[in-house]
Unconditional design. Structure first.
Length: 178
C-alpha cells in the first residue's frame, strides 16, 4: 500500500501548488511525511547490500537476522531462542529444499578460519519442502566463531554456498543469546 501512496505524492504536490509552480506548504508537509520507498519500521534494520542485492536484515521483535534480497526472500536466518525450559540458542535456518529428517553439516568460513554445525531437514510451513534447521548453543565453537568474525562469511551446505558480509545483525543475535 505504500507504493501507491508514494506515487500520489507528486500528484498531490502538483495539485496543491499555487500558480507560481511551487508546491504549497501543506503539499510539502504531506510529501515530507510520506514513507520513502522500501521504508522499514523501527523494528527492522537493514545492512549494506552486496553486488547481487542481498543484505542482512534484523528484526528486533524476534531477534532475527535474515540474509537475502528482502526480508521476505531470505536465504539464511539466525535468531535467538530464549525459551524458558532450555538454554538460549542461536537457531539457524537455511531456506533451501531439504529431505525431512536428513542431516548435513553447515560449514562457515571467514578468512582462514572455519567452523561447522549440524542441520536437520525439518518440515516447513513456508512451502511444500522441508528446510534446514540447526542450533548453536552457548559454548559451541560455531557460535564463538560467529561472535569473533569481522570478515565476510561463506556458509556452505552440500553443493550450495552463500557469501555474506559480517554484519551488526549477526552480532545482535549472538549478543541476545549470550
Amino acid at each position: 500500500m505504500r507504493i501507491p501512496l508514494l506515487l500520489l505524492a507528486p500528484l498531490a504536490l502538483a495539485a496543491c501548488s499555487d500558480n507560481s509552480g511551487e508546491p504549497s506548504d501543506a503539499a510539502q508537509s504531506i510529501a515530507q511525511n510520506s514513507p520513502a520507498p522500501g521504508a522499514r519500521s523501527d523494528n527492522e534494520v537493514a545492512g549494506v547490500a552486496d553486488a547481487e542485492g542481498n543484505r542482512w536484515f534484523y528484526k528486533a521483535d524476534t531477534q532475527t537476522a535474515i540474509y537475502g534480497s528482502s526480508i521476505s526472500d531470505g536465504v539464511i536466518s539466525m535468531s535467538c531462542n530464549l525459551s524458558l525450559d532450555e538454554d538460549a540458542a542461536v537457531v539457524f535456518q537455511w531456506l533451501s529444499a531439504a529431505q525431512e529428517g536428513a542431516e548435513q553439516t553447515v560449514t562457515m568460513a571467514s578468512g582462514e578460519r572455519t567452523a561447522g554445525f549440524t542441520v536437520t531437514g525439518t518440515a516447513s510451513a513456508l512451502g511444500p519442502d522441508a528446510i534446514w534447521n540447526g542450533a548453536m548453543l552457548p559454548g559451541d565453537p560455531a557460535l564463538a566463531f560467529l561472535a569473533a568474525t569481522d570478515e565476510p562469511l561463506t556458509f556452505s551446505l552440500g553443493g550450495e554456498s552463500v557469501t555474506a558480509p559480517a554484519d551488526e545483525a549477526i552480532d545482535r543475535v549472538v549478543t541476545a543469546c549470550s
